[in-house]
Design a protein around this ligand. Structure first.
Ligand code: NAP
Length: 311
């Protein structure tokens, strides 16, 4: 089968197409013929020698990618049978090996693909959707009436987070540039802030929860608009000791978490996709042999929703 391996940490040119053997599923696993793969900032960071590269660098071959949708070809699990269409985030934060024509996945990381969405939409609704789910539902426990601020509301995580927060009954503000105002409002946001012309601290009252997908100074400034007892989750990287101490002094719970594969949560996401409560926005698609170009597009930082590679 064809797979993209990381020849060395660096630019997208280091993603090299190779012929390797089709992997074999072990107990509790399935072999999936991949129909669509979604690309995330962590893919790009890891390819460049950051992100998860440190954890994975001893692996040979190192195959990046975690988000797939496809068809089960062989099942060694009781959950799925050959012919089932499935999607999920495979082995995150481990070796996903999703940049390939066939992927072995633990059945416990997958859910059935809803029949009313495409493989591209399903692949798009994995790492980003799970991150939104784990942030809002597991960690922040967002409930009806909560005031929620979602940064980068037009991005992969943000566009799911806005929809999910609305579904949970929150009052939602989303930030993006003015270019994506219509998109963010269309997701159901109650308010939009253009971060290029407005200081979000002036434009929001005290909020219960902020999801920060930008990091650095944006995380620090976010503390100014959270009420005592509220929560800041910043997902790009760990928070500095100074910021954590500042948050604590204001009785704000501020932290970073790393999303984890979870088939049970994928099933909940599948149900919301089936019911039309969640919808993936596929910004651009690329054929498999142009996967490096998909990396270059994501690196521009202007993605609206998700970038997907089709097989
Ligand atoms: N910890 C975890 O488990 C976890 C999980 C998923 C993602 N992440 C991290 O979270 C970050 C976001 O991921 P993503 O997939 O959502 O990224 P993404 O899709 O690449 O985000 C792109 C979006 O960000 C918006 N944006 C850029 N700068 C902004 C700013 N200063 N304020 C508001 N919006 C801004 C852009 O809108 P405009 O074009 O309008 O500016 C664009 O639509 C990445 O660092 C990623 O690695 C972490």
């Amino acid at each position: 089968m064809k797979a993209f391996i990381v020849a060395a940490p660096g630019s997208a040119e280091q993603l090299v197409l190779r012929d390797i053997s089709i992997p074999r599923p072990g107990p509790g696993e399935v072999l999936v013929r991949v129909k669509a793969i979604s690309i995330n900032p962590v893919d790009v960071k890891s390819r460049a020698g950051k992100g998860l590269y440190g954890r994975l660098k001893e692996l040979d071959p190192l195959i990046l990618g975690w988000d797939i949708s496809g068809e089960v070809i062989q099942s060694e699990s009781t959950e799925f049978a050959a012919g089932d269409e499935v999607f999920g985030m495979v082995n995150f934060p481990g070796h996903g090996q999703a940049y390939a024509e066939y992927v072995v996945a633990p059945a416990a990381h997958l859910a059935r693909k809803p029949a009313n969405i495409t493989h591209a939409e399903a692949a798009a609704s994995t790492l980003a959707a799970l991150t939104a789910w784990q942030a809002l539902v597991d960690h922040a426990k967002v409930k009806a009436g909560d005031r929620v601020l979602i940064h980068a509301a037009s991005g992969g995580v943000g566009h799911f987070a806005v929809q999910l927060a609305k579904h949970l009954g929150a009052v939602v503000t989303g930030t993006s540039s003015s270019r994506n105002r219509g998109f963010v409002n269309g997701l159901g946001a109650d308010r939009h802030i253009d971060y290029q012309t407005q200081d979000f601290r002036d434009a929001t009252g005290k909020t219960d929860f902020v999801l920060d997908a930008i990091g650095g100074e944006n995380a620090e400034r976010s503390l100014d608009c959270i009420r005592p007892g509220g929560t800041l989750i910043s997902i790009p990287s760990g928070l500095s000791e100074e910021l954590t101490a500042l948050a604590k002094s204001r009785q704000i719970d501020a932290y970073f978490f790393l999303v984890k594969s979870d088939g049970g949560q994928m099933q909940q996401i599948a149900r919301l996709l089936q019911e039309g409560i969640l919808k993936a926005h596929v910004f651009k698609t690329y054929p498999f042999d142009e996967l490096p170009e998909a990396h270059e597009e994501l690196e521009k930082g202007r993605t609206v929703g998700k970038i997907v590679v089709l097989l």
